[in-house]
Write a protein that binds this ligand. Sequence first.
Ligand SMILES: Nc1ncnc2c1ncn2[C@@H]1O[C@H](COP(=O)(O)OP(=O)(O)OP(=O)(O)O)[C@@H](O)[C@H]1O
Length: 468
Amino acid sequence: MEGRDMIGRARTGTGKTLAFGIPIMDKIVQFNAKHGRGRNPLALVLAPTRELARQVEREFQESAPSLDTICVYGGTPISAQMRQLQYGVDIAVGTPGRVIDLLKRGALNLTEVQFLVIDEADQMLQVGFQEDVERILESLPKKRQSMMFSATMPSWIRKLTQNYLKTPVNIDLVGDSDQKLADGISLFSIASDMHGKPSIIGPLITEHAKGGKCIVFTQTKRDADRLAYAMAKSHRCEALHGDISQSQRERTLAGFRDGNFNILVATDVASRGLDIPNVDLVIHYELPNNSEIFVHRSGRTGRAGKKGAAILIYTHDQNRAVRFIERDVGCKFTELPKIAGDSTSVDMFGDTGFGGMRDRRPGGPGRSGFGGRPGFGGRSSGYGGDSSRGSSSGRFGDFGDFGQSGGGFGGSSAKRSGGFGGSDSSRSGGFGNFGSSRSSGFGGDSNTSRSGGFGNDRSGGSTGRRSF
Ligand SMILES: Nc1ncnc2c1ncn2[C@@H]1O[C@H](COP(=O)(O)OP(=O)(O)OP(=O)(O)O)[C@@H](O)[C@H]1O
């Protein structure tokens, strides 16, 4: 609110988008009232995935219908975006690649940007994205307010942010020693051998999703396709990953949001930021590449003060990795009793070639598995990875509808500050200032008493731009 650069960390689903959105919208409304509307954007928000960019733009649109927003991202015709930019926009949200493309074509002029937001900053500053982000920053005026947000902020990233921010305020609502997941998420683990995994998915969903929505995370696009295909024989389910055409990705996500089907099998393209109502269960079908991704994947449930469950399926040789996650994330898994292989399900998955997954499993041959090589933790970049920051090999080892609470945001004051649907959390640390007895809340006292330390000391951990 004071206009200073900032780094913000708060748990998943606690309302970071509106936390940065509301002050920006407020200031732009005031600016426009004073100076009239211009053609070039006054705010730029960068997000790592197209779906997240769209979601953020939608949130701006719904909150401030009087402002003109645009979402620019790849996989869609650029000409329509160029036309819209010509008409003039107040806020541009986008993924880095398309932003650069538009800059190169001279269609996007960022010289009037007053507010820059880098959402999911720890991913955006990793190798792959970082270069693009830097190119975009070169096109921005020096005098601006820059803000970086994420639910996870490894210390090396926090250091790196100093290169892009001027004496930033740190608002850390997670703290160092506490668990880093949102409060309402119950965590379970279940051991299974690779061949048995497909057959336990059905029973897990029946038991734990309780009729609500479920996201199953796989490591590879191929496995997402195969699992979705196999599960579709008995469940309404679809796959989401980066090889699917953008229009289909959007249809799939809309169908999932609308409840047309209840199970989404996705790669990590869906792990960050997506805010889908009523996801009651997240299943880590395969271990995530690092504990940050574990936090983000799990955070697709238990949002906005709601309850949810996340289940981690692991093989016996991944035991250490599971313990590492517990330490790193400050959580404890409740081990579920083994589920006996259901021969029908096994058959169902058997003909999909799942038996051939062994070589691709985390920790499998040729990959520094989550539990593959020893030595994860400490300052290494992921479970057994190398120590170079952001290296793609340095990973764990290849390794309610809250709606928009109405109102809109036409004026200069936010009407949304009222509690988060009566969240009963006593330590949710939400940016929205809802229901937390311990949160310093965005817009409240920014000298949060819990700042100092962005969590773990591991350097690196995941890749920036992976092909999800
Ligand atoms: N004050 C509020 N009252 C009610 N709902 C809110 C409030 N603030 C935010 N929300 C809603 O809470 C949900 C989660 O918010 P958001 O997606 O911004 O979370 P986030 O902290 O960015 O999570 P992630 O780290 O996963 O990206 C959204 O549906 C949002 O509209």
